[in-house]
Design a protein around this ligand. Structure first.
Ligand SMILES: CC(C)(COP(=O)(O)OP(=O)(O)OC[C@H]1O[C@@H](n2cnc3c(N)ncnc32)[C@H](O)[C@@H]1OP(=O)(O)O)[C@@H](O)C(=O)NCCC(=O)NCCS
Length: 221
């Protein structure tokens, strides 16, 4: 059912768009009609679960890019260190979680790139990850707030979105403790190497038990 899922303006991010595409169950055949032939061939090379993810992801990414003004037709394959290849002049990002793919895209203005992540609350809180993903002030604030799993998930998810947004500028593994999120949502980077500086903004919101995080990144002057 092409075009059945909404593509909406991404609130808080200039001229950016968000596309949502469900991942069909393993018993159903994914609709790859919107993919480039090369993307379809790439998807077909994968096992069924990953194939469905790839089809939904590329469908969503292409829809978001179209909404952002892209009129080309090149394939958008997984590229450097997993980052999706994107058309010249555009930024975009994909996340898949629990049967849904989200993709964001925007024309690049002032070098700004965009990243998205989605998580669901789930039944098993993984609070043990706190010391790995939080910097000391974040950890102190999280503990003072009662060590709630949704609060921790918000840090985790926004940091994954930060990673995706920052990766085109910093094509290396970025550790979770290289980003710090303040109580008011402001983001400060503490880069471990002689790279950057970067300026990041982020937003996260809940839709029921689904958390969506978006970050955008540009080289700081
Ligand atoms: C790469 C990573 C962010 C993916 O997140 P995830 O929760 O496992 O999976 P998601 O479904 O949200 O995202 C998967 C998509 O991320 C994208 N992606 C993968 N590597 C990427 C990279 N280096 N840069 C940008 N996007 C990337 C891809 O589009 C992928 O989907 P696709 O393979 O179908 O194209 C995660 O596995 C990871 O390595 N995190 C550690 C690094 C980190 O987050 N540091 C925090 C720094 S503050």
């Amino acid at each position: 059912m092409p075009h059945a899922s909404p593509v909406t303006p991404l609130e808080g991010f200039d001229r950016a768009w968000l596309a949502r595409v469900p991942i069909v169950s393993l018993s159903a055949e994914p609709d790859a009609s919107e993919l480039h032939d090369v993307e379809r061939a790439e998807a077909d090379r994968n096992k069924p679960r990953r194939r469905r993810e790839l089809v939904a992801g590329r469908t969503a990414l292409r829809r978001a890019l179209r909404a952002a003004g892209w009129s080309g037709d090149r394939p958008l394959l997984p590229g450097e260190q997993g980052r999706p290849e994107l058309p010249q002049g555009f930024s975009g990002s994909i996340t898949h979680k629990d049967g849904l793919v989200l993709a964001v895209a925007a024309a690049i203005v002032d070098g700004r790139t965009i990243g998205v992540d989605s998580e669901v609350l789930g039944e098993r809180p993984r609070v043990g990850i706190a010391s790995r993903i939080l910097r000391p002030p974040e950890l102190a604030r999280w503990k003072a707030g009662g060590e709630a799993w949704p609060d921790l998930l918000e840090y985790f998810s926004l940091k994954e979105a930060i990673y995706k947004a920052a990766h085109p500028h910093l094509p290396r593994y970025i550790r979770f403790d290289e980003a710090e999120i303040a109580a008011d949502g402001r983001i400060t980077m503490h880069l471990l190497h002689d790279d950057g500086p970067l300026h990041l903004i982020g937003r996260r919101w809940w839709e029921g038990d689904r958390l969506i995080s978006v970050a955008s990144c540009r080289a700081a002057p």
